[in-house]
Ligand binder design. Structure first.
Ligand code: ATP
Ligand code: ZN
Ligand code: MG
Length: 505
């Protein structure tokens, strides 16, 4: 059961005294017909203008309704019809609509665990499973643009989210390599820093990789490309570092991870004159006048790449892929990913800027399930035969994905995400310590849908796999140490000798 009660003022362009009768007539007619349109037969319902008063050029109105013709839709219908009638006969039209109060009552499945807060919602009251909200200050455009439905939907989602809070992620072991004896138990980041292979900074969560470390990351990249991606037929693409918000709105990142994004501003103008004072200030004060800078740049409308897949999907937006191009197999390795990890930062394995190769794949479900097996086989070859890691695979899903009614992947057991995890000896015992997720592999349906990517006749799925070069390196070095003499010979054969680096005094 839903109930809507709306109080609004329709402001006309002129005094209403003269047109009073036309108004009355119109409102009576609306109550009989206009505000009942769309109500299914055999059901009594729709919207009703319960009450109205005229004050100068203002019409103050109260509309109640059920879910068939929601009060705000009724208001918009009424505005049109009144504007027409009053315009024709009395040359006045509706100039402005002001919502004074909008009370909505609806049922929820379960009560919130904690108090709920929501933009546009002034008050939220609960009576068992009945939720009563008061919505204020919505404009006419916002009403016409489904804000009310989304507010109600959002309340339900937020209540659900409160129940998921703190619930365990699904984690199901698929495969494990078994124990392997690590050559040491030190933290490779600390040791590399001591040896001068890496240097912290220049800002939080970033590293400067000196020749030895750069070489290791590059070897990992080469292994991934040569041993996994090329043999499976993946083709390389190069994308932009900057991702506009509309792309992230489609992928869900704008709601999912806005607190981890690095945002980008643009200069408002390139004209040196506009920047003259700023440059003078830098010159004289020997500081960067940040407040002045704020005036010279735009608000962000894009961010630095968070993962490479969104732009790859975007590049195929609104296209139809020929059957002979399926499955689409692409990978990107030029753009680093930036994430504000804050307190979670550690070593080279959890950083604010990292280097990944991201393969994406688009195809029929059968094609992608086969590809998944092939990818797992190639990855297993790398982690077993070349890197000789102690690692495991697990099927993972956040709690809300395990519940029915969430995501497209429901009931499609073979879709979802696999995490690849490595034992990190420096963190302690293999059974008690947290293993490092060094890559993952997913198959979903949502991105082909979001970007309207179609095939000639088939239903398309998509997926991606994040190959984190810092994470591959961290896992390898944590188990194998920094001495190439202890590294697997297959790895050394691909990698060659480490560069000498620099002798800094
Ligand atoms: P985590 O749970 O560790 O934060 P995530 O779920 O955020 O990982 P994804 O978005 O799935 O990670 O990214 C896929 C891959 O990207 C990871 O498997 C890892 O290799 C790499 N990665 C993600 N975040 C970082 C980071 N902060 N530093 C280094 N590599 C990262
Ligand atoms: Zn991805
Ligand atoms: Mg993360």
């Amino acid at each position: 059961m839903m109930y809507f009660e709306l109080k609004a003022i329709l402001s006309f362009s002129g005094d209403l005294r003269e047109g009073k009768e036309t108004l009355q007539q119109n409102i009576e007619d609306a109550n009989k017909d206009l505000l009942k349109r769309g109500v299914p037969k055999n059901v009594s319902g729709g919207a009703l203008i319960e009450d109205y008063t005229i004050e100068g050029s203002d019409l103050c109105i109260k509309i109640t309704s059920d879910r068939y013709v929601r009060a705000h839709d009724a208001l918009i219908r009424l505005k049109k019809s009144l504007s027409e009638a009053m315009g024709r006969k009395h040359r006045v039209g509706v100039r402005d609509i002001k919502i004074i109060d909008y009370m909505i009552r609806f049922e929820i499945d379960r009560p919130p665990v904690e108090k709920l807060k929501l933009p546009f919602v002034d008050e939220l009251e609960l009576d068992g499973k009945t939720c009563i909200i008061s919505v204020k200050n919505l404009t006419q455009d916002q009403l016409a643009n489904n804000y009310v439905d989304r507010i109600i939907q959002r309340i339900k989602e937020k209540i659900d989210a409160q129940y998921y809070e703190g619930k365990e992620e699904l984690w199901e072991l698929i495969w494990e390599s078994g124990d392997k004896k690590p050559v040491w138990t030190r933290d490779p980041t600390e040791e590399m820093e001591k040896r001068g292979w890496i240097k912290q900074g220049p800002t939080k969560g970033k590293w400067f990789y000196r020749p030895q470390a750069a070489k290791i990351l590059r070897c990992m990249e080469e292994i991934a490309v040569k041993e996994v991606l090329e043999p499976l037929g993946f083709q390389e693409v190069i994308e932009s570092t900057m991702v506009p918000f509309d792309v992230w709105q489609e992928t869900g990142h704008m709601e999912g991870v806005p607190n981890e994004v690095y945002y980008i501003c643009e200069p408002k103008s390139r004209d040196p004159e506009e920047w003259e004072e700023f440059v003078d200030l830098v010159n004289i004060s020997k500081e960067v006048p940040v407040d002045k800078l704020k005036e010279l740049v735009t608000a962000p409308r894009a961010g630095i790449c968070y993962a490479q897949c969104p732009l790859m999907y975007w590049s195929l937006r609104n296209t139809t892929i020929a059957d002979d191009s399926l499955p689409v197999l692409l990978y990107e390795r030029t753009v680093p990913s930036a994430r504000y990890e804050s307190g979670g930062r550690h070593g080279i394995e959890r950083v604010d800027e990292f280097h990944r190769i991201e393969p994406i794949y688009i195809g029929t479900k059968e094609q992608l399930l086969t590809l998944k097996e092939d990818l797992i086989e190639r990855y297993t070859h790398v982690f077993q035969n070349i890197l000789d890691l102690e690692w495991r695979m697990a099927k993972v899903a956040p709690f809300y994905m395990q519940q029915s009614g969430h995501g497209d992947e429901d009931g499609e057991e073979d879709l979802g995400t696999i995490d690849f995890e490595a034992y990190m000896p420096y963190r302690g015992d293999r059974n008690d310590s947290k293993w490092l997720e060094f890559q993952n592999l997913s198959i979903f349906k949502k991105y082909t849908k979001a970007f309207n990517i179609k095939a000639q006749s088939k239903d398309l799925y998509s997926g991606c796999s994040g190959i984190g070069l810092e994470r591959w390196s961290a896992a390898f070095l944590a188990q194998k140490g920094l001495d190439p003499n202890n590294w697997p010979s297959k790895f050394n054969k691909i990698c060659g000798n480490l560069p000498k680096g620099l002798n800094l005094l």
